[in-house]
Write a protein of this length. Structure first.
Length: 368
């Protein structure tokens, strides 16, 4: 992007006289946040950052205001080659002073726009924009992400490295996309691509549709602030989780084993999108409550970092992902269950805003 293209929206190109004009006419600032993460062999590592930056610049041209250079400091990055992951407190330590200085500098609307959808990462950003509004009551501070702004759009709005993210990059930076790096087979699976082979599904047209819708929705939200509405970063999350993550998990019927005084069994995610589990609210076997205090989850799928996640440690900043078509293993030490069919019922909290269940018959066998 050249200086002539960005003079009106890029923070780094503004001279002080330009900034004063912005603060007088449209005191709005966008903070794009992304990451460096593997998204398959056909996309650049900066997909999330590039998408967030492009949408923010398009939004600023509609609403007025300016866009900070994109941040690539993120948590929740998949443990795949070449990704760079930061801890949640590192993210917090960067975003908090950034927001405070923007508010002190005179901005009245601050939009933290993430192109990275990890829910622990987003939870920290939401906490920080809420905190900012407590300290600066005259500021509206919003955290959102591209898929939240498209919950009203028919069609696919969320994936990782597949139709959605590939289509965005085809719209914003088409020269960085190389579909020939993907197998010439619609059924082929690729590491880092969580949906159907985008060689056969992605298009620049869908990228344009999603971008236009997201920008229009965001502009409408910001317009509401001028009418006295207050920023709410959580209502958008609730709508997204309801659309993408609703639907129960299923019990893998013959996966139950007892060994060394521990019960283990598997659950399956049959749906087309990930589940982000932040709590187990109930587990009963044959109607009896089960002690979860020493229980663990694990997800052995390639690209997941979920080995022996303690159920007791779950929370919105430490959730557990089980993505489309994946199984999760539950291990419950010191749970004594006799072999045979058992009725299992579980209730989970997703992203701290939605409940789902898993219930049915689990056949338990002994394992030596």
């Amino acid at each position: 992007m050249t200086a002539s293209q960005t003079d009106l929206t890029a923070y780094e190109f503004l001279r002080p006289e330009h900034m004063q004009k912005v603060l007088k006419e449209a005191p709005i600032v966008y903070v794009p946040v992304g990451c460096m993460e593997f998204h398959g062999p056909h996309l650049p590592l900066g997909v999330d950052m590039l998408t967030a930056d492009a949408i923010c610049h398009r939004a600023a041209k509609t609403t007025g205001g300016v866009v900070l250079p994109p941040l690539w400091i993120a948590s929740g990055v998949l443990p795949l080659p070449h990704g760079i992951v930061m801890g949640l407190e590192v993210l917090r330590s960067v975003i908090r002073p950034t927001l405070e200085q923007l508010a002190e500098g005179g901005f009245k609307v601050i939009v933290v726009f993430s192109g990275h959808g990890a829910l622990d990462h987003l939870h920290v950003l939401r906490e920080e924009t809420d905190r900012l509004m407590e300290h600066f009551p005259d500021v509206n501070a919003l955290t959102t992400v591209w898929n939240e702004l498209n919950t009203d759009l028919d069609g696919e709005i969320h994936d990782h490295g597949a139709k959605v993210e590939t289509s965005y990059l085809m719209e914003f930076h088409g020269d960085t996309v190389d579909l020939t790096k993907l197998d010439d087979d619609p059924q082929a699976e690729h590491v880092g691509v969580y949906a159907a082979n985008p060689r056969f599904t992605a298009s620049r047209e869908w990228g344009t549709t999603m971008s236009d819708n997201a920008v229009g929705r965001l502009a409408g939200i910001i317009e509401g602030y001028g009418k006295g509405e207050r920023a709410d970063s959580w209502v958008l999350l609730e709508a997204l989780i309801d659309r993408l993550q609703s639907g129960d998990l299923t019990i893998v019927a013959h996966s139950g084993t007892v060994a060394g005084g521990a019960l283990s069994f598997e659950l399956h995610n049959p749906h087309g999108q990930s589940k982000y589990i932040t709590a187990v609210e109930e587990l009963t076997i044959d109607g009896e409550d089960v002690d979860l205090s020493a229980g663990t989850f694990s997800n052995p799928s390639v690209g997941e970092g979920h080995a022996d996640t303690a159920i007791a440690d779950l929370g919105p900043l430490a959730g557990f992902y089980v993505r489309r078509g994946q199984n999760m293993l539950i291990v419950l030490p010191k749970v004594l269950v006799s072999p045979g069919p058992r009725q299992v019922k579980m209730t989970f909290k997703l992203a701290d805003v939605l409940e789902i269940k898993a219930e049915g018959t689990l056949t338990v066998g002994n394992r030596r």
